[in-house]
Design a protein around this ligand. Structure first.
Ligand code: ARG
Length: 589
């Protein structure tokens, strides 16, 4: 992180500071009024301040010197402290203050970023520590394409929050404590009567193992009974059962780890079992607060507006998904001291989250107000569909395994590179690395570019297309910029120190302004928990660049130095976008 005085924050924040000063002079008594800054119609300027109308509604009839919103707008404009940021201002309609930014200031800001690093453009969020609960597959079941969404959306959110100076605890809330373990353990004992601890090879495909045991469970009442007894033994802490459980978890874990490694995902496992010891006292606290009631033999929390209550202790006395989530929330708030807790799962689980969030509010763990901390958010996402418009499956109607999917993305990319003759130019390692970067990047980007709530269709041909809004197109665009700089033969590090950026051409200015908006876009993507906002920004950036590059000659022109610096700034911002989206950039193609 760069030293504080170099950290400038987002363009919008800087502008807001100026307008805040003006507001304090214009309406000194209205201390709670915060500047409302928005991008504006490019015909009138770059940004506008929208405070005049609401201020007028607030102060009219109270003996104010102002006679309407427009005079207020004018006063806000006139009281704006002098700043090199602003080129000119004007008033529009009923008091909007339009601002045209100074292009010299834009140029200078970009140049400073090139010298001090893109971190100086990171947004500053008010939250200090967040938990992101994502990926979270269930032990013994293979991770499939549905888990892909949680994994990559959660990872991107973590990266964006970290960039915005938030400490993020990345949590893998794996399902490692359900009743399915009785069945799995009993089946394990049955298949391997003489071994207490078996290795991966013996169990083989864990998913097949799960299915076989499920079949046994459903068809044999005697087995079912033994399986239910095994749960009791496991939860009672019996050594033999604990060991078998740990063994099964470990095999699953190694499988997940292979996927995480390929996707570059960092995550720390704190599974359901971790919170188990906390459940009794958490429920006791909720009981003391009068939240828990008896209903049809179960212990439940009734939630206003919901027909069914949240069950926290089952009829048989066992705990469940909800009791675990309540204990986990308690832990995250009290032990980990997180101010923002974010859960990434499919939209199908929205109700579950709404219910226990409401319970937590009733318990006084969370404030009742909307934008107050600590706060929780459910980040829901839609389905991944196949070409037939149904849930994405392979022909055998099995779920698609994530590893197979990644293998295919990579091998398709590699084939394209070989077709382009890269096998002769590059080493085998370069070929593999590029195929992975492009292939995995394409899978991630195809997911992230959609609003997460919508379903999307999984289509290799589309996501691997080198035209249109795909990672392939964007990665190629970045590599091309790098090659422009390389081929100029200039030392870009030298130019950063000695050269000056001048934004004379309108396409240069447009590109420059877009670059400068990077921080506020990341901030927006973080606050609304929407990675697609960043994807859209990145795609537009490549469009602004293309326009600039087709209308402004770079190499060999009189403006070469300035334009090379603009190329470099574009590459730097693109790379940061890739990084935040979990995509590995490529430098040549
Ligand atoms: N294991 C769950 C599933 O696969 C997701 C867990 C999400 N996190 C949570 N705290 N409930 O559906």
């Amino acid at each position: 992180m760069a030293a504080n005085e170099e950290h400038v924050g987002s363009l919008k924040q800087q502008l807001a500071k100026l307008f805040e000063a003006s507001l304090r002079t214009t309406v000194p008594d209205e201390l709670d009024v915060e500047p409302l800054i928005a991008a504006c119609n490019p015909r009138f300027g770059d940004y506008q301040c929208n405070n005049a109308m609401s201020l007028w509604t607030k102060i009219k009839g109270k003996g104010s010197e102002f006679t309407g919103p427009q005079p207020i707008g004018k006063a806000i404009m006139n009281n704006l402290p002098h700043s090199e940021m602003v080129d000119k201002c004007s008033i529009a309609g009923p008091g909007f203050v339009n601002v045209v930014l100074s292009k010299d200031w834009i140029a200078k800001s970009i140049q400073k970023m090139l010298i001090n690093g893109i971190e100086t453009w990171s947004p500053k969020l008010t939250v200090k520590r967040a938990v992101i609960d994502f990926s979270s597959p269930n032990i013994a079941k293979e991770m499939h394409v549905g888990h892909l969404r949680s994994t990559i959306i959660g990872d991107t959110l973590a990266r964006m929050l970290e960039f915005s100076n938030v400490e993020v605890l990345r949590r893998n809330h794996v399902g490692d404590w359900g009743t399915q373990f009785g069945m799995l353990i009993e089946f394990l004992f049955e298949k391997f009567p003489n071994v207490e601890v078996v290795n991966d090879q013996a169990i083989g495909d864990l998913e097949a193992f799960y299915k076989a045991s499920k079949q046994r469970f459903d068809s044999d009442p005697g087995f079912k009974e033994r399986a239910q007894q095994a749960v009791v033994s496991l939860q009672g802490g019996e050594e033999k059962y604990r060991k078998a459980w740990a063994q099964i978890c470990e095999i699953s874990r190694r499988g997940y780890q292979r996927v995480y490694q390929r996707l570059g995902i960092k995550i720390e496992e704190k599974g359901e079992s971790f919170y188990n010891p906390y459940i009794p006292r958490v429920l006791e606290e909720l009981d003391k607060k009068g939240l828990i009631e008896e209903s049809e033999g179960a212990r439940v929390i009734f939630i206003e507006g919901k027909n069914i209550p949240l069950i926290v202790v089952k009829k048989d006395g066992g705990f469940n998904y909800a009791s675990t989530d309540l204990a986990a929330l308690w832990y995250r708030l009290n032990e980990e001291k997180a101010e923002w807790i974010i859960y990434v799962t499919d939209v199908g689980q929205r109700e579950h989250f709404e219910m226990f969030f409401t319970a937590a509010k009733r318990a006084g763990w969370l404030p009742a107000g909307e934008n107050m901390y600590p706060k929780t958010n459910h980040v829901g996402f839609g389905l991944v569909l196949g070409e037939d418009g149904k849930r994405f499956r392979t022909r055998s109607t099995e779920v698609v395994r994530l590893v197979d999917l990644l293998d295919e993305a990579k091998s398709r990319c590699k084939a394209v590179l070989v077709e382009r003759g890269k096998a002769d130019e590059w080493t085998e390692e370069e070929l593999d690395q590029t195929a992975e970067a492009v292939g995995y990047g394409a899978v991630k980007y195809a997911d992230l570019k959609n609003n997460r709530l919508t379903n999307y269709t999984f289509n290799f041909d589309q996501m691997l297309n080198d035209k249109g809004n795909t990672a392939v197109y964007l990665l190629y665009a970045h590599a091309r910029i790098c090659s422009i700089i390389r081929k100029s033969g200039k030392n870009i590090e030298e130019l950063k120190k000695t050269g000056t950026i001048v934004l004379a051409h309108p396409d240069e200015r447009a590109l420059g302004l877009h670059l400068l908006q990077f921080a506020e876009i990341v901030e927006e993507a973080c606050t609304n928990l929407l990675p697609n906002v960043l994807c859209e920004y990145l795609y537009n950036l490549s469009e602004f660049f293309t326009r600039f590059y087709s209308n402004c000659q770079v190499v060999g022109s009189a403006e070469e130095t300035s334009r090379l610096l603009l190329c470099e700034a574009t590459a730097v911002v693109m790379r940061k976008c890739f990084y935040l989206l979990g995509i590995v950039p490529v430098y040549k193609i």
